[in-house]
Design a protein around this ligand. Structure first.
Ligand code: SF4
Ligand code: SF4
Length: 254
């Protein structure tokens, strides 16, 4: 490259000092319009009228207002079909569900927002759902659980008014009853026996299930720790007995 192709920068004059600012470098302040005070006033008025034009336009044509008037329009509010707000169980006309407790959704959930427990003493079949708990407070509404369920048990609905004062109430029990699946219940001819096989569940009782599980895990850990300690003590006792045995034998021989 020749010297002619190199652009020689223009030498700028040294910056002026601003009087009264302790010698700070003076320069144009980008957010202050220096075109003059009167120009600034006109610019402000023009901007005000341009905003008012939009407001008055919507005032004259209220049907074109796109913002929602919630909660006044709660009765007529239409949400998109695919809006996801609340995970729900599909119960049929009899109130029966098809959840087999396969736990595929529980394992697929990336946030541990689904907790499933089975009945310890099933009434009719071998495996019966006790509680299907869904935690709204940790769910990201990714829809994975709905997609992976092989029996179409889950769906998302648009019930979005879920505000509560106690966070524990955001853990819902989605199954209306603890008991067997629809196909098993339909085989029971006696309606009273069918009813007896179904225990109603509290929709807001999810937190109790979670707390019971936590207590169970705590008790299991305590029992495991106690068992480990007992095993350690037994090992030490065995070791002490083994160490004492030769000394005793030696004394007998003497
Ligand atoms: S929507 Fe996603 S995060 Fe929420 S419960 Fe289902 S799998 Fe879990
Ligand atoms: S909801 Fe579906 S995927 Fe989840 S445990 Fe029940 S049957 Fe299995």
């Amino acid at each position: 490259m020749s010297d002619e192709s190199i652009a020689v920068p223009e030498v700028l004059p040294p910056p002026e000092k601003h009087v009264g600012t302790g010698g700070a470098v003076a320069g144009p302040v980008p957010w202050i319009d220096t075109s003059g005070a009167i120009g600034g006033v006109f610019k402000g008025i023009r901007s005000l009228f341009s905003g008012m034009k939009v407001t008055v336009g919507y005032l004259m044509r209220p049907s074109t207002v796109v913002t929602q008037e919630y909660p006044e329009n709660r009765e007529t509010l239409k949400l998109p079909d695919r809006f996801r707000a609340q995970l729900a169980f599909n119960h049929d006309a009899n109130g029966y569900h098809k959840c087999t407790m396969c736990r595929i959704c529980e394992e697929a959930c990336p946030n541990v927002s689904i907790i499933i427990t089975g009945r310890e003493k099933p009434a009719v079949s071998k495996k019966e759902l006790d509680s299907f708990v869904w935690r709204l407070d940790s769910c990201t509404f990714c829809n994975t659980c709905v997609m992976v369920c092989p029996f179409g048990v889950l769906r998302f609905d648009g019930t979005f008014e879920s505000s509560v004062y106690d966070r524990r109430l955001l853990s819902y029990t989605l199954n209306q009853y603890a008991g067997p699946v629809a196909s098993v219940l339909e085989k029971i001819e006696d309606p009273d026996a069918r009813k007896a096989a179904m225990d109603p569940r509290d929709p807001y009782g999810g937190h109790a299930v979670i707390e019971a599980l936590i207590e169970k895990q705590k008790a299991k850990k305590i029992a495991e720790k106690a068992a480990r300690e007992a095993a350690r003590v037994a090992r030490l006792a065995k070791k002490a007995a083994a160490a004492a045995a030769p000394a005793g034998e030696a004394e007998d021989a003497g």
